[in-house]
Design a protein. Structure first.
Length: 387
């Protein structure tokens, strides 16, 4: 029986994780759930799974929740509450599914205590990959990917010698703007950018898929997760989202992982690791699949890919700056403050003004993150003034 804590239980990954646990209550025990502001759903989840601890974003919400839950449940608050939950001495596995870097400190706390991490929040390795991987190497914590592409690579790499792997190839659906003109993209409303053709996901990752920054962040995540240099990680467009990613071995063999898009598969790969879930949630029938196609991404229409690569090559605090600027610019787009194409212009401008600190500690990373958000807001404010 594995003792599990979920950070971000009310989001799309959190709900799918609970679905996996619901299907096999004998294999998992839920110790704690953390959520941001959807406390109605958190309350229902707590009633169903009876975790002993909950954590929510603010003290008002915590108070409200305390009044509704029984005496046996402890309700914690804010980032500190999430850290306490993640560091639970009895937890074996912490599922990290909070959008952005909001769960950075709790995740590091869990890694330092040697807990296994099922990682859905790719931004954590983007911003603090070196720190997180070094801490995991010290403590023996295993960082298990939940992102579908990284789960695919993780599965393909099982049994392969690292020196015999030539390339990692991440597939990208291309998002809602794959075959859209630059003019249409410029005029795109938030609702169009959030309408992903293949996956139903939270807002942050849906928007990142539309700009393709999601794939840029995933390249950086793969670099840390599998310790493969950036120039040996490639991106290919695969609109059907059936091949979730591939590896190429030195002899030219391509190994891929295929399945219908359903996050419960990569989640269960992490939850059951090193075993596998004993039954499929959805079976993939090859003869029912439409044609599988692959093509090069348009790097001019989607500058996010090269911005992410550039940030990864410059290293130090630059990936944290890329990530924070992307978050701030994405929020401004969703709030109607800037146009879709401006998102990457803001990210590029913030990066251009950043002086990289090499080998940053956690404090330097958090400082760079704050700086980038403020800088992005200044640039966005100027944009608004010009309109
Ligand atoms: Mg992904």
């Amino acid at each position: 029986m594995k003792n599990v804590v979920i950070l971000g239980s009310t989001g799309s990954i959190g709900a799918n994780t609970l679905d996996v646990i619901r299907s096999d209550r004998k294999s998992f025990s839920l110790l704690g759930l953390a959520a941001g502001n959807n406390i109605e759903l958190l309350e229902r989840q707590a009633a169903e799974f009876s975790p002993r601890r909950l954590a929510v974003a603010g003290s008002g919400r915590a108070e409200k929740l305390r009044r509704k839950t029984g005496a046996g449940v402890t309700v914690l608050e804010g980032e500190e509450g999430m850290v306490e939950l993640a560091a639970d001495p009895d937890a074996d596995l912490v599922v990290v599914a909070v959008p952005g870097t909001a769960a950075l400190l709790p995740t590091l706390a869990a890694i330092e205590r040697g807990k296994d991490i099922a990682l859905a929040s790719k931004e954590i390795l983007v911003a603090a990959g070196e720190l997180a991987m070094a801490a995991a190497a010290r403590s023996g914590s295993r960082i298990l990917p939940v992102d579908s592409e990284h789960s695919a690579i993780f599965q393909c790499l099982r049994g392969e010698q690292p020196r015999e792997v030539r390339r990692l190839i991440l597939t990208a659906s291309g998002g809602p703007f794959l075959d859209v003109s630059r003019d249409e993209m410029a005029a795109a409303a938030p609702a169009a950018a959030l309408a992903h053709p293949r996956w139903k996901m939270g807002k942050k990752v849906s928007l990142d898929s539309a700009t393709m920054m999601n794939k840029g962040l995933e390249v950086l995540e793969a670099h840390w997760l599998f310790s493969v240099p950036l120039d040996r990680i490639e991106v290919v467009i695969h609109p059907q989202s059936i091949v979730h990613s591939l590896i190429e071995t030195n002899d030219g063999s391509l190994l891929a992982q295929l399945s219908l898009p359903d996050m419960r598969l990569p989640i269960s790969c992490a939850l059951y690791y090193p075993d596998r879930c004993p039954r499929p949630f959805r079976q993939t029938i090859l003869s029912e699949l439409e044609g599988l196609t692959f093509r090069e991404p348009d790097r001019e229409l989607f500058p996010a890919l090269d911005l992410a690569l550039r940030a990864g090559r410059e290293g130090g605090t630059m990936p944290a700056v890329l990530n924070a600027a992307n978050e701030a610019a994405g929020e401004a787009f969703l709030a109607g403050k800037i146009s879709f194409l401006k998102i990457m212009e803001v990210v590029e401008a913030v990066m251009a003004g950043h002086r990289v600190a090499a080998e940053p500690d956690l404090e330097a990373i958090l400082r760079a993150d704050r700086w980038a958000r403020n800088r992005a807001k200044e640039i966005i404010g100027r944009e608004e003034g010009n309109r």
